[in-house]
Design a protein around this ligand. Sequence first.
Ligand code: PXG
Length: 298
Amino acid sequence: MRESREPLVYIDGELYPKSQAKISVFDHGLLYGDGVFEGIRVYDGVIFKLKEHVDRLYNSAKVLRLKIPMSKDAMTDEIIKTVRANGFKDAYIRLVVTRGVGDLGLDPRKCGRPSIIIIVEYLEPILGRGEREYGASVIISSTRRDPVYATSHEVKSLNYLNSIFAKIEAIEAGADDAIMLDSRGFVSEATGANLFIVRDSKLYTPPVTAGILPGITRAVVIEIAGKLGIPVIERDLTPVELMTADEAFVTGTGAELAPIGFINKLPINDGRPGPIFRRLLEEFNKVKRDPSNGVKVL
Ligand code: PXG
């Protein structure tokens, strides 16, 4: 699937080969993590849930008072053009809007125009394909999810240190990823993916008040479960409910649907993907290639 030539990166209206794609060291995206982003997938030439991702980007920017210097329609066109210029039918799009170039102070008013960056690359599903024999091993991180009254992950900002602390802890423990608890001690989400558990043939997932990013893949899974007649309950979950679940899995653009096999080395059932996960994955693999769920570009 990898192309031999360099991918082309969009920066502020121009396309650059990956090795030439650079921005200023005075950009507040670098200096302060001041900016917003989206990760989007292209399946078989269709940009999956493009409208939902663009809407979420503008909502993240709104909360940060970051005025994106382009309408949503124009942004959508630029994304489509960049995917076409790269010609990858299966790809991952990283859409980034930074605060722009400023001085060495925090004050965002000192920054000029926000920079718009669109990267198109190939990305294997993070945590492996859902068909793996054993689920991923995760730890419960000692770093708590940023609370909703602080740098809430409802805003998909460039500030991911909260997740990076947890990821480092997972790597040092020899695990694939970390599940983070919220400031109260209830289950929140993984470092870059949402969490579901299965108990008694019902799906449970933490609510947005537990500090999660309201994931687009999460919403798709909730919709699929509805179609399959699997009840979905959105409520706070305790760490013990997670560790004693019948099944557990994560969802996200990067991870797609990935089963969890072990939590703090304790197996979830026999550590293998469970029946409800497998049904949801089978349906998701159809939904993600359905052109009615995105924008056909190639
Ligand atoms: N929670 C967080 C904190 C995320 O960053 C999700 C949930 C899932 O949301 P979506 O809308 O994608 O279903 C995300 C998304 C990566 C990577 O490189 C992470 C995401 C997306 C793409 C790549 O780990 N995070």
